[in-house]
Each structure stands twice: as structure tokens, then as C-alpha cells.
Ligand binder design. Structure first.
Ligand SMILES: [Ca+2]
Ligand SMILES: [Ca+2]
Length: 209
């Protein structure tokens, strides 16, 4: 092989530098595009997880409230309930009134099981927002975890309590006609360990007066 042919087979340092200089912007664009795609995959994964959590909560609330008997809806009495003669003292159960959001309610639901003549078997359900003991409701983040007045939504039926959702900063039930508007805001851990908040409103119509 002659010297001329050997040179043609390889690249000089100058040629390599020129090629790299030309290719570098292209490589940077490709890298940035890859990073953007990865970021969007992560965001999609997080929002899918949040949608899954919201769907699970909605399904449970539908199960609990749909078979509810509207006239059995009760809340824990506050001073206004006592002043308006719905309760004799604060802390008693009293009837729920429209347009007055509460964090706790109970309702009888029909079980769908056969019962004695003229008796519709019912079960009492309680839905309750329970603040975390380390962060009482005072608009402050007492336990410094980044969430304010957080707590869990708990459902009690037949003496058995289960947690429907946690890391909730908002959880209210509001009566409107024969329906309950539920407003929830929950938090999940997103990218870089930061809290991501999701708020949703769901309405369930009670099937029984
Ligand atoms: Ca907190
Ligand atoms: Ca607090």
C-alpha cells in the first residue's frame, strides 16, 4: 500500500476535529430530545398513577353512597346546628343540610339482601376525614412534611374501618338535592421527591329518598 492510499483509508486529526465540530450540534439536539421524551414518560407515569388513585376513591365512594338513604344522612353537630335546633349539643349526630360542606358523615345504605317482610335491611356507613395526629387542622404544616393539615379518608361499616385515601389536604362532603358532592385534594410524590397535588370533585346521587 502506498502512502497516498494509507492516508485515504484513515482520517487526520484535523479531519476528525472538523467532523466532530459539525456533528456536535446534532448530537446535542438528539440528547435534548431524548431527555424531553424521558421527562414526558415520567410525567405520564405519575399522572397515570394519580388517575388510578382518584378512580379507586371514586369507585369506593360510589359503592358506599349510591345505596344510601337520603333521609338518614347525618353529620356531627357544630354550634350552628345547635343554634338552629338540629341538635341539642355540639358533637351529637344531627341531620345533614344542603350547601354546608362537612368532613364527616354517616348514612344508612340498603344491602340488597332479602329481609323480613316490610323491613329493608340496611347497614350504617361512616365516611370521615381523620387529620394526621402530627398535623392538626390549623392551616399550618406542623410536622414540616410539605403538606398542610393532611390526613386520611376512612370508611367504617359493620365495625370495620378501612382507609380510602391518604395524604389528603382537602376532603369535604356537601349535600345538594339527593346527591353528595365530594371534594378531595390528595398529594403524591413526583419527580425529585416533590409533592404533586391533585384536586377532584365527584358527585354521587343517593338512590333512596
Ligand atoms: Ca404536614
Ligand atoms: Ca396543621
Amino acid at each position: 500500500m502506498t502512502v497516498k492510499k494509507r492516508r485515504a483509508a484513515g482520517m487526520t486529526l484535523v479531519e476528525v476535529t472538523v467532523v466532530l465540530a459539525l456533528a456536535l450540534p446534532v448530537l446535542l439536539v438528539v440528547t435534548n430530545a431524548t431527555m424531553a421524551v424521558t421527562g414526558s414518560f415520567r410525567a405520564t407515569e405519575t399522572s397515570t398513577r394519580e388517575a388510578g388513585i382518584a378512580q379507586k376513591v371514586v369507585d369506593t365512594l360510589d359503592d358506599v353512597l349510591r345505596g344510601g338513604r337520603c333521609r338518614t344522612l347525618e353529620v356531627i353537630a357544630n354550634a350552628k346546628d345547635v343554634a338552629e335546633l338540629r341538635a341539642t349539643k355540639v358533637g351529637d349526630w344531627c341531620s345533614m343540610i344542603p350547601a354546608d360542606p362537612r368532613t364527616r358523615l354517616r348514612v344508612d345504605t340498603t344491602t340488597g339482601q332479602p329481609g323480613p317482610k316490610l323491613v329493608v335491611p340496611v347497614l350504617t356507613n361512616e365516611l370521615r376525614f381523620v387529620p394526621d395526629p402530627s398535623d392538626p387542622t390549623d392551616t399550618k404544616d406542623n410536622d414540616k412534611d410539605g403538606l398542610f393539615d393532611e390526613g386520611t379518608l376512612q370508611w367504617t361499616r359493620n365495625g370495620f374501618t378501612s382507609v380510602i385515601a391518604n395524604n389528603l389536604e382537602v376532603c369535604t362532603f356537601e349535600l345538594a338535592g339527593q346527591a353528595i358532592h365530594v371534594t378531595l385534594q390528595f398529594a403524591t410524590v413526583g419527580n425529585a421527591g416533590k409533592w404533586r397535588r391533585t384536586t377532584f370533585r365527584h358527585t354521587v346521587r343517593l338512590n333512596n329518598p
